[in-house]
Write a protein that binds this ligand. Structure first.
Ligand code: FA5
Length: 339
């Protein structure tokens, strides 16, 4: 028996004794790095004939050890990555619509049933549509930095108001955008996100959702408005919430009013959400100002109409008895998963 044959015999015996693939891999490594390397080192002391013979056998053995080593390595990897296929699979977590999205869809559905169509407008608006076309005076305080989020622009003061950009403060600019391209009669709603530079509290956010409504035609009256919103709230709440109209002011409506809904959180007794009044202001409204119709190239002598802007977040507060508007934007799944 040659030295190499003896070495192989010893190697196989050692390998057979070891069950763990990791340990078998280590034995192979030892034979390559120690045993075989000393065989190769001793080749120089042999005659050239012997060297060729022993060298060939040693190379064959080395190849054999390397094969054993790679199969042990494969087994070790498999052992580590072992999967129990009998375990039940992990269920993927399904997302769901945000409560404000769900509410928006329900509101849309009620208005669509009354013959309104839903349209959209840009969140990045210009001063013309957001203020000028809506009859806001040039020095109206809402145009101040502390109320509105303006976009930084080079040489802004020299730009015409059509080019001065801001984050829209309400959905009303879409009234003009829509009307200027079409002829009455119109019945539209505009759901969307709006932005204000506000100090937040339990009923005020810096970004929130509105749903604008606009109905323009011949002989449209406040009575039509009351009929439309009464039907809307009845359908939405499916219960008897009280509604009241208060005189108000908006530059783009005349006359103007605020619409309040009774606070369901405190049952009209007064709480922090309704500012101790028992009522929550949910909507601004009024008859479209003739100047706005003119801005949109609609003849105010022939046509008139009503418009309203509903605060969706406030409705969600009332409906779900949520104590703070900021929870809707917190991204807290413990809160959101309840809806
Ligand atoms: C407006 O934004 C008018 N564009 C509404 C309008 C449209 C009037 C058409 C006339 C004709 P106001 O600023 O009141 O009006 O906002 C409308 C509603 O948005 C409020 O009634 C309230 O429900 C909601 N709202 C206002 N500010 C906030 C805020 N910071 N956070 C949450 N909701 C708000």
């Amino acid at each position: 028996m040659t030295d190499i044959a003896r070495l192989k015999d010893k190697f196989l015996k050692e390998l057979k004794k070891e069950k763990s693939p990791e340990k078998r891999r280590k034995i192979c490594k030892k034979y390559i790095e120690e045993e075989l390397s000393s065989v190769f080192c001793s080749l120089k002391d042999l005659s050239s004939k012997e060297r060729a013979k022993v060298g060939e056998k040693a190379n064959e053995f080395r190849k054999f050890v390397l094969e054993q080593m790679s199969s042990a390595k494969g087994e070790a990897k498999e052992e580590k990555e072992w999967i129990d296929i009998t375990l039940p699979g992990e269920e993927p977590e399904l997302g769901s619509s945000h409560p404000l999205t769900k509410l928006q869809l329900r509101c849309k559905d009620i208005f669509l049933r009354m013959g309104f169509i839903s349209v959209e407008g840009p969140e990045l608006e210009n001063e013309w549509y957001n203020f000028d076309a809506l009859n806001f005076a040039k020095d109206h305080p809402v145009r101040e930095m502390q109320d509105t989020l303006f976009v930084k622009q080079e040489k802004r003061s020299a730009l015409p108001s059509e080019k001065k950009l801001l984050m829209r403060t309400h959905t009303s600019p879409v009234q003009v955008r829509y009307m200027e391209k079409r002829r009455p009669p119109f019945r539209i709603i505009v759901p969307g996100r709006v932005f204000r530079n506000e100090a937040t509290d339990s009923s005020h956010e810096i970004n929130f959702y509105q749903l604008e409504g606009l109905m323009v035609g011949e002989g449209v009256s406040v009575a039509n408005f009351k009929a439309v919103i009464s039907f809307f709230f009845r359908e939405l709440f499916k219960s008897d919430v009280d509604i009241r109209l208060r005189p108000s002011f908006f530059p783009f409506t005349e006359p103007s009013f605020e619409v309040d809904v009774s606070c369901s959180l405190c049952g009209k007794k007064g709480c922090s959400v309704c500012g101790k009044t028992g009522w929550l202001e949910v909507m601004g409204a009024g008859m479209v100002h003739p100047n706005v119709l003119e801005s949109a190239k609609v003849d105010p002598e022939k046509f008139n109409g009503f418009a309203f802007g509903l605060g969706l977040d406030r409705i969600a507060i009332i409906e779900h008895k949520v104590s703070d508007i900021r929870l809707f934007y917190s991204g807290d799944l413990r809160f959101l998963k309840q809806f």
